[in-house]
Write a protein that binds this ligand. Structure first.
Ligand code: FAD
Length: 362
């Protein structure tokens, strides 16, 4: 069996590794000239670590990660610890994205990654799929996996009218920096602030710090990314208890601040056809306020590989994959919305840990 994976992000690469481990030939077509080396920090939850363990990669991921915990504080700095949950529901690993993608790309192997290769469409037939590439050539496969992110070309053909939608007023700013002189960061601090702003910082374990800020319902943006982030850092500290975040933002060069207008993929009625399947953000780009899109996405690739082995047949495996994924993501969407709609920091923290508990136990 031969599979073409469109997209060499975290999910596409993990999917290729899962297929290889299952004895299935898989080639990743990545449109960019290199596997993306940019990016800030990424929280990896235990459900994703179970996937990496299953693929024999767990210890190598742990080697580049730092254990940390997702607890929130209110704008006055008071820690919120909703009752009824365990430490495991708050625990995750922080990795630097470029290190994780490099590790995954090395594991896939250069021979099975085609860089500068954009998937532009496909023609499906009974026995397989002909994948059309940007250079005008065609590649044949038994299965095409669309792991090509929120703006997926595969999804736009599979589910017409499913373009990613801007989550109005929802923006994120982040970077990884070395703390400036005189600033010590020895713990993770995430605050649920005023004006629907959330943010803080997490030490990465190599002397640098990942800082992040996001805001729902932001007014129109003004100024440079640093000015935008600085203003929102102010919403996260009502009493002057936390000078660290503004200092980190201040010390970050403007061109090192990643700013995103958050994009969402609408819930899809179908994730597959007989010969095409979607995984990761291509199927379910989620709001980053639940910091779990990649952690959930890597599950998709492993499940798909397992079902291909179990059924030995592409259409049956894809149908079983869709039966599993669509209800799971309907629940993710419901829990995520509940977090987003929370009226107070306490409610947000409680709804958030309810989500992580659900994700980690099912
Ligand atoms: C601010 C922010 C913070 C986040 N924090 C977290 C977190 O802490 N934890 C977490 O689990 N998740 C987090 N997420 C979500 C996470 O980033 C995504 O869910 C994850 O990166 C999706 O990976 P992917 O491989 O599906 O897609 P992508 O990373 O988008 O990769 C898609 C790849 O496909 C390539 N491509 C696109 N089109 C084509 C084409 N037509 N042909 C070939 N190649 C193509 C692209 O170049 C890219 O390399 C966050 C998201 C944001 C925005």
């Amino acid at each position: 069996m031969r599979v073409i994976v469109a997209g060499g992000g975290i999910v596409g690469l993990t999917t290729a590794i899962a297929l290889h481990r299952a004895g299935i030939e898989a080639v990743v077509c990545e449109q960019a000239p290199e596997i993306r080396a940019a990016g800030a920090g990424l929280g990896i939850w235990a459900n994703a670590m179970a996937v990496f363990d299953e693929l024999g990669l767990g210890d190598r991921v742990r080697d580049i990660a730092r254990p940390t915990e997702m607890y929130f504080r209110d704008p006055a700095g008071e820690l919120i610890d909703p009752p009824g949950f365990s430490t495991d529901d708050h625990r995750y690993l922080l990795v630097r994205r470029p290190e994780l993608t490099s590790l995954l790309a090395r594991t896939v192997g250069g021979d099975d990654i085609r860089l500068g290769s954009r998937v532009v469409g496909y023609a499906e037939h009974d026995a397989g799929v002909a994948v059309r590439l940007g250079d005008g050539s065609t590649a044949d496969a038994d299965l095409l996996v669309g792991a090509d992110g929120a703006y997926s070309a595969v999804r736009s053909q599979l589910v017409p009218g499913s373009e990613a939608i801007a989550h109005e007023g929802h923006h994120a700013w982040r970077s990884v920096v070395t703390p400036p002189e005189g600033v010590t960061v020895d713990r993770s601090v995430i605050v649920l602030g005023e004006h629907r702003t959330r943010g803080g910082y997490v030490p990465t374990g190599d002397g640098t710090v990942y800082w992040l800020i996001n805001q729902f319902g932001s007014p129109a943006l003004e100024g440079t990314p640093k000015e935008q982030a600085r203003r929102r850092a102010g919403f996260l500290d009502s009493t002057g208890w936390n000078p660290v975040l503004p200092a980190l933002v201040e010390s970050t060069p403007d061109d090192s601040i990643l700013h995103n207008q958050i994009m969402l993929v609408p819930p899809l009625a179908r994730w597959v056809s007989n010969r095409v399947a979607l995984v990761g953000d291509a199927a379910h780009a989620l709001s980053p306020h639940i910091t779990a899109g990649a952690s959930l996405g890597v599950e998709d690739g492993l499940l798909l590989a397992q079902l291909l082995v179990r059924t030995g047949e592409v259409p049956a495996a894809l149908a079983a994959y869709e039966r599993d994924r669509v209800p799971r993501y309907a629940k993710v969407g419901e829990l995520s919305k509940r977090v987003e709609d929370s009226a107070t920091p306490e409610e947000f923290a409680t709804n958030y840990v309810a989500f992580s508990h659900w994700m980690l136990t099912r």
